[in-house]
Each structure stands twice: as C-alpha cells, then as structure tokens.
Write a protein that binds this ligand. Structure first.
Ligand code: NAD
Ligand code: UD1
Length: 338
C-alpha cells in the first residue's frame, strides 16, 4: 500500500516506518520536526535499506498538505503528528488544541478532498481516565482526562467517530496505546526527549548514562504490589507492528474500529527499575517522592480484541524492553545530536 505517515520522524513513527517498509509498503513522511530530527529517517534507511520520502510540513498547512496528498495516491494515512507533553499542555492549552485538534481536522479535510478515506490514529489509554475496571477493554467508558493533551486525544476520537458516521466510506482505526518504551534492536533509532524526561523509561536510561543523578519515584502508597504505580509497558516495535496489522482492518473496510495496544500485563515502577537493573547489570539509584498530580494507581490493558481481530499480540517482554532502551541510550547518549 502507499501510506502517508504524519509525525513519521518521531519516536513511534520512525519505528513504524521500519515495520511498514519491511512489510513491503511504500511510505511518505510529513513532519514539521517540532519534536524530532530528520536524522531518524536516515537511520531508518540504514535499517531497512530503503529511502523514505520526507516532507517538512506542518499538518495545519492546508496547501502544503494538499500538494503532497495530490501528488501521491495514498491508500491510507497513519497519523502520529501531535504534541504529547502532558505538563506542557496544562501550561499551553491553546497550542495543544490548535496543533492536535485543528491539525487533525485540516488533515482530514485534505484526505477527504483527495478521496483517501482510510486513517489509523494514535490515541492513548489516557482517554479512559481513572479506569473503573482493570484490565481495561475497549468497551470501558471513556473517563475524565485530567489535562489538555488527553482532551485532544478524546476530542479527535469523537471527531473521527462523527466523520465516519456521516460517511461510511471512511475506514478509521483508533489505536489506544498503553506505555510504549524500548527501541529498535539495532540501537539506531529510539526515544529522544527534549530536556528533562517526563516519562519513566527515558528518565531511567538518563540516570544510567549519568545525565541525571537519581530517579524520583512518584508515590509508594498506592494500592499495588509494592505501593508504586502500575502500567502496561509495551515494546515500541510491537506497537509499530500493531499498525501494520491494523492495515488489514482498513483493507477489509472496517468502518470504525477501536483497539487497545498493550501487553495485558501491569508492572510497578520498582519492578521496572529492578528489571532494568537485571537486564543491563546496572544500579539505578532512586528516591521516593510524593505522588505526581494526575497519576492513576493502576492502568493495564485487556488486549484480546487486537489478538482476535487483527491477529496481533505483543511478543517482547519487559527484559527485552529494558535491554533495548539501554542499548539505544548508551549508543546515542545525546540522541540524534551526536
Ligand atoms: P513524538 O513527539 O516523538 O512524535 C510526534 C511527531 O509529530 C514529532 O516528530 C513531531 O515533530 C511531529 N509533529 C507534531 N506536531 C506536528 C505538526 N503540527 N505537523 C507535523 N508534524 C508534527 O511522539 P511519539 O511518542 O512518537 O508519539 C506519536 C503519537 O502517539 C502522538 O500523537 C502521541 O500523542 C501518541 N501517543 C504517544 C504515546 C507515548 O507514550 N509516546 C502514548 C500514547 C499516544
Ligand atoms: C504518561 C502521561 C499520559 C500518556 C502516557 C504515555 C502523565 C500524567 N500521563 O502516562 O497522558 O498517555 O505517559 O506516554 O504524564 N514515574 C516515576 N518517576 C518518573 C516518571 C514516572 O515514578 O520520573 C512513574 C509514574 O508516576 C507512573 C509510571 O512511572 O506511575 C509511568 O509514568 P509515565 O512513563 O510518565 O507514564 P504514565 O504516567 O502512564
């Protein structure tokens, strides 16, 4: 298939481009590089042996997108482009609504104009809010997102659902990711956060590489195995392959489908720390801090729908994720800036 990938030079996008190319698809990437580096796509080409057509474009720019979508006959769009820092979204809500929501509406208008009515969207488990039932299946009602970032995901889902209702020619897959970590086994591509990492694994790898002194563990008084928060960590390569599988649903003209992409297992913060230490024979110093505002105690998926319908299942375990995260970080202590 000919596939337009928005946000394709970012963390999940670059890993997905590798899997798409490996599966024989033709890929065109648009990205405004606001949170990524074009070098990631050069590294992708080193991995796959295939170049990636890249356009530095903002998805809010109708004319620029229009000219690209008019030039290629895309069978499907995989839409990763968006801002994703929860804390920043609280400080700059208008930027987040404009970039994520208005950007997506613009993208949908361009796709509609060129009759490319197939799209896969990067949603998030955060749309479930504080989940009432664990493990979380796709039937769980959406909850209150405590921040503008999460609101944009929920709003975009609603916009896409309305669009599909209005025109059944649209095939739309909403993928709700749990917690992606890890990196490609080559160590050539990986997560490259700007500044102090917000998320657990990049913080751990920066402690391991000597950039940060110790990990702050946010809360040890939750009702969990050891009191620390529990999440469903998924290897980014498994997640990327989930997108390749989701194309099958698009090909079968699925209408609107929602899938969780997770492993179905929850691990606490301290279990992740210890798994990282064991996998890499390193010590991660940490201190217990108060809970982080907005965090839930436990969040992990029931991922059986994706297995049943898409024949997709996560293959990598926590040790693999820890090994590959560290392999990327130690080979690229400054990300793509070397
Ligand atoms: P990322 O920041 O590495 O990738 C997003 C990419 O989108 C970046 O390359 C950025 O430059 C680009 N971008 C942002 N705004 C754009 C715009 N207006 N026009 C063009 N390009 C633009 O993030 P990621 O972790 O790879 O996440 C990809 C998608 O998955 C995002 O939509 C994110 O919200 C979603 N998601 C991520 C996680 C996670 O933990 N990483 C979890 C759930 C959902
Ligand atoms: C965060 C986002 C969520 C987003 C998800 C995927 C918040 C509040 N939520 O979720 O919207 O969809 O990432 O990227 O930011 N932790 C520490 N110390 C740290 C960092 C994290 O103890 O330095 C703990 C957290 O309290 C949590 C767990 O590690 O229990 C995972 O945190 P994180 O990686 O930030 O992911 P989420 O909170 O699940």
């Amino acid at each position: 298939m000919n596939i337009l990938v928005t946000g394709g030079s970012g963390y999940i996008g670059s890993h997905t481009v590798v899997e798409l190319q490996n599966a024989g698809h033709n890929v065109v990437v648009v990205d405004n590089l606001s949170n990524s580096n074009e070098k990631s796509l050069k590294r992708v080409a080193e991995i796959t042996g295939k170049n990636v057509d890249f356009y530095e474009i903002d998805i809010r720019d109708f004319n620029a997108l229009d000219s690209i979508v008019g030039k290629y006959h895309f069978d499907c769009c995989i839409h990763f482009a968006g801002l994703k820092a929860v804390g920043e979204s609280v400080q700059k809500p208008l930027e987040y609504y404009d970039n994520n929501v208005c950007g997506t509406v613009n993208l949908l208008k361009v796709l509609q104009k060129h009759n490319c009515k197939n799209i896969i969207f990067s949603s998030s488990a955060c749309v479930y809010g504080d989940p009432k039932i664990i493990p979380i299946s796709e039937d769980c009602p959406k909850g209150n997102c405590t921040n503008p970032y999460g609101q944009t995901k929920s709003m975009i889902e609603d916009i896409m659902i309305d669009l599909q209702k209005s025109d059944s020619n649209w095939n739309i897959v909403l993928l709700r990711y749990f917690n992606p970590i890890g990196a490609h086994s080559s160590g050539k591509i990986g997560e490259n956060p700007n500044g102090i990492p917000n998320n657990l694994m990049p913080y751990i790898t920066q402690v391991a590489v000597g950039k940060r002194e110790k990990l702050n563990v946010f809360g040890n008084d939750y009702d969990t195995v050891d009191g620390t928060g529990v999440r469903d960590y998924i290897h980014v390569v498994d997640l990327a392959r989930g997108h390749v599988c989701a194309l099958q649903a698009i090909e079968k003209k699925c209408g609107l489908e929602i899938f969780n992409l997770g492993t179905g297992h929850g691990y606490s913060v301290l279990e992740v720390v210890h798994a990282f230490e064991t996998a890499n024979d390193l010590k991660i110093p940490y201190v217990i801090q108060p809970r982080r505002t907005g965090d839930v105690a436990v969040c992990y998926s029931d991922a059986s729908k994706a297995e049943k319908v898409l024949n997709w299942r996560a293959e990598f375990d926590l040790q693999d994720m820890c090994r590959d995260s560290w392999n990327w970080q130690k080979n690229n202590p400054n990300g793509y800036d070397d």
